[in-house]
Design a protein around this ligand. Sequence first.
Ligand code: ATP
Length: 609
Amino acid sequence: MQNIKKKIEKLKKNLNLKRTLGLIWSITKGKVIYTVLIMIMESLVFMGSLYVFKLLIDIVALPDRNEKYDLAVLYIIAAGIAAITLVVLSSLASYITQKHAFLISEYVDDKIHSIAIALDLSFYESPAYFNTLNRAKNAGPDRPSAILTNIISIVKNLMTLTVIGIALISINWVLMPLLALFVLPTLYVRLKFADKLYEWQIQKTPTERKSKYLSSLITGEVAAKEIKSFGLGHYIRSMYKNLRIYLLLEDLRINKKGITNEAVTQILAAAGVYSCIAYICLSALNGESSIGDIALFLIVFPQLFGIMQGLSGEISSLYKNNIFLSYLYDLFDLENKMKDPQKPVLISQNSPDLTLKNVHFCYPHANKTVLKNINLKIPAGKVVALVGLNGSGKTTLIKLLCRLYDPTSGAIKLGGENIKNFKTDDYRKQISVVFQDFVKFNMSVTENIQFGNIHEEADHDFIKDSAIKSGAHEYIKEFPDGYNTTMGRIFDNGREVSIGQWQKLAIARALYSKSQFIIFDEATSALDAKSEQEIFDDLREHIGNRGILVISHRVSAVKHADYIYVMSEGEIAQEGTHEKLISENGDYAKLFKRKKTIAANKTSENGAE
Ligand SMILES: Nc1ncnc2c1ncn2[C@@H]1O[C@H](COP(=O)(O)OP(=O)(O)OP(=O)(O)O)[C@@H](O)[C@H]1O
C-alpha cells in the first residue's frame, strides 16, 4: 500500500502536463493553437480525400459511367487539390512547430540565465545547485515542444484507434481488450525504464560534472600553465577517462536491460497477436467465421496492433519527456532565502556609518561558526583596516557587508537602519568591492571600468579619471585602441597584461562606482610598493565622505588606516590605531613584527651578497 502511495506521489510530481502546456501557451502567446488547428485540418482533408476516392470508385463501378465522365474528372481534380493541400498543410505545420520549438528553446535558455542571476551567492557555493543546474541544462530545451508533439500524436492515434477499433469489435469484442493486454507489458517496461533513466541521471550528475571539470582543466586557459609545468596532463586525462568509462558502462548496462526487457515483451505481444490470427483462421476452417470476417480481421488486427504500439510509444515518450522536464522545474522552483522587504526603506545619502552589531555567521550547509560576535564600524570619511591570519574570516565578513549573505544572528546597520530593510539592489549599490579573486572581464577596457556602475550611462571622463587614480591609465594609453582595447587573450586582438595591471583595472572599476563605501580585499597584493602607496595616498586625498575598508597582509597598506581591527579565528581579537596595536604586543604586533624581521633578514642577506 505504502509502495503504491509512493508511486502515485512520484507520478504526480513527474507529470507536469498542466504546467508544461501553460508554459508553451505563454511562450507562443497562444499561437500554438494554429498548430493544433492545422493538424485538425490535415485530418479533415485526409478524410475528405478518402471520401472523394470512394465517390470516384462508385462512379467507375456504375454501368452508365460514361455519362458521369465530367463528375469523375471533377473528383480527380478535387483529390489532386486535397493532396496538394495536405502537403502545404503539413509543411506549414512543421514550420510552425519548428518556430515554436526555437522560441521555447530560447525562452528556456534565457530563463536559466535569469534564474542564475537572481539566485543568492549561497547557491553558488553549494554543489547541490550545480547538480540541479547541470541537470536542467541537460534536460534539453526542446522537451516542452516534444511534449506537445507527443500529446497531438496521442490524440491522433486515439482517433484512428476508435475508428478501426469499432471494425474490430464488430468481428469479436474480446479482440480489443486482448490487443490492449498484449501492448500493456511493453508500456509498463518503457515507463519503468524512463524511471530508471531519471534516477540514473540524478545519480550520475556529480560524476558527470567532475568529468566536465577535469576536461576543462586540460582544455581550458585557466589551468594551462600549471598543468604543463607540473606535467599533470596525462594524469588528469586518465582520471577523466576512468570517469567516462564508468559512466559509459553504466549507461550501456541500463540501456541493455531496458532493450532486453522491451524485446521480451514485444516477442510475447507478437506471439499473442499471431495466436489470435491462428485462432481466427482455425475458427474459419471450422466454419465459425466468414471469409469476410477473416479478410477484415487480417487487415484490421495487425494495423490496430501497430497503432496501439505507437500509442504506447507516445505515452512512454510523453512520460519520459515529462520527468526530464521536472529537472528544469527543479531549477525554476529554487527560491532565495534573502527576500526584499515588502516596504523597503530608502537609503540615506547623508554619509551614514556602516556598523556590525554582535554578528555571528555560519555558512549554510556548514556547522562551523565562522564569525563570532563581531562589532565593527566603518565611519563615513574614514579608512578602516582589517587584518588577520588566513582563514580568520575577513572575506566572509565582506560577503556579509555586501549582503551576499545575511548574518545568522546580530545585525548590519547602515545609518542605524538594519540593511535587511533596504531593497537588496539599492543597498548593494552603496558598496563597491575589489575581491582578492576579482574578475578579469575579457571585454573592452571601458566595459571593465564601467561595470563599477552599469546603472548609468558611461561617463568616459570619469572612466579615464578612475583609471588614472588606479594607475591603469599608464598602460592603457599605450594601447593603439586605448579604452576600446579588448582585454585578455580569449578573443581576437585581445591584449593580455600582468596580474598587477589587471588588479589596477579592477581597482578603477571600484573607484568608478558612486558607492558610499569601497572595500579592498587584498586588492593591492599584486601591486608594487610604489603603485600601492600612490593609490592609498590618492584615496586619502579624495576620500570625501566615503568609508573605506582595507584588508591586507601588508603593513604598508594598513598602518595609515584611521582604525584597525584584528581578526583571529572569527573574532575581533584587537582594535585600535597602528601605534596602539604595535605597543600592545598582541596578534597584530606578532603579525607585522615577524614580517619586519623577515624583511630585515632579507635585506641583510642581500647586503652580504
Ligand atoms: N563558502 C564557504 N562555505 C563554508 N565555509 C567557508 C566558505 N568560505 C569560507 N569558509 C570557511 O570560513 C572560514 C573563513 O574563511 P575566509 O575566506 O573568510 O577567511 P579569510 O580571513 O578571508 O582568509 P584569507 O586571508 O586566506 O583570505 C574558513 O575556515 C573557511 O574554511
